[in-house]
Design a protein around this ligand. Structure first.
Ligand code: OGA
Ligand code: MN
Length: 227
């Protein structure tokens, strides 16, 4: 369990500069370890209790169970989830988004996120996170929750060059505590087949109308817990 503390990455504005320059940052030990550990335990216990469903792609009527494209199972989180580590995570995202808005003018005002579990053999083929019908996604976030990940475990997140999408830019193992943030529109990426159960928390910071954010229940500001 963690208190409502933003945690290391929020206190390191140089990451925001790097995000502006490169569109992609990979931050090891981004949150206090106790918070990452709490998120892992919470996801493990919800998963064991059956709180997950096969992930879909697309939205609304375009939505299709797409086991040929991705085979993870997910559990969406609500912004007012009372679990302390989830609340701390949302708070860190809120504080960080404010700083990003001040430096990069992205007008981030909404956040949606889910836990994800890739069982052995699961993968997610190369894709971009922003749907064709604009879904307002600006930044993609992935927090990895896997202790002692070894290269033979597979499951790397592979980021491709936006201009030449056969060219690999970076191969990122899903190591415990690493937080990856990248431009949702620019970077094609994939999850290579995993050999071991692979757990993560994946989210998107969005810029959408306040009305849509309210309807979706994804509004970042004001903090619902503070109302
Ligand atoms: C996604 C995704 C990457 C990962 O869920 O859209 O690309 O490493 N996840 O889990
Ligand atoms: Mn993705």
């Amino acid at each position: 369990m963690a208190l409502l503390m933003p945690g290391p990455f929020v206190d390191q504005p140089e990451w925001i500069d790097r995000l502006a320059e490169q569109g992609l940052i990979v931050m090891p030990e981004a949150l206090p370890t106790a918070c990452t550990e709490g998120l892992l335990q919470e996801w493990q216990s919800r998963y064991a209790a059956g709180y997950s469903a096969p992930a879909h792609i697309g939205k609304g009527y375009q939505q299709q169970a797409a086991a040929t494209i991705r085979s993870d199972r997910i559990h969406w989180l609500e912004a007012n989830d009372p679990q302390p580590d989830i609340a701390a995570f949302f708070q860190a995202i809120r504080v960080w988004s404010r700083a990003v808005n001040q430096s990069l003018y992205l007008a981030l005002n909404a956040f949606e996120c889910h836990f994800a579990c890739y069982e052995p053999g699961a993968f997610y083929q190369k894709h971009r996170d922003r749907f064709q019908a604009d879904n307002g996604r600006r930044l993609s976030l992935v927090l990895f929750l896997n202790r002692n990940w070894k290269s033979e475990d597979g499951g790397d997140l592979v980021i491709y060059n936006p201009l030449h999408d056969d060219e690999i830019l970076q191969v990122i193992p899903p190591t415990f505590g690493t937080l990856v943030i990248f431009d949702s529109e620019r970077f094609p990426h994939e999850v290579r087949p995993t050999q071991r159960q692979r757990l993560s928390l994946t989210g998107w910071l969005k810029s959408i109308s306040a009305h849509d954010a309210f309807l979706q229940g994804t509004a970042l500001f004001p903090d619902p817990a503070a109302l």
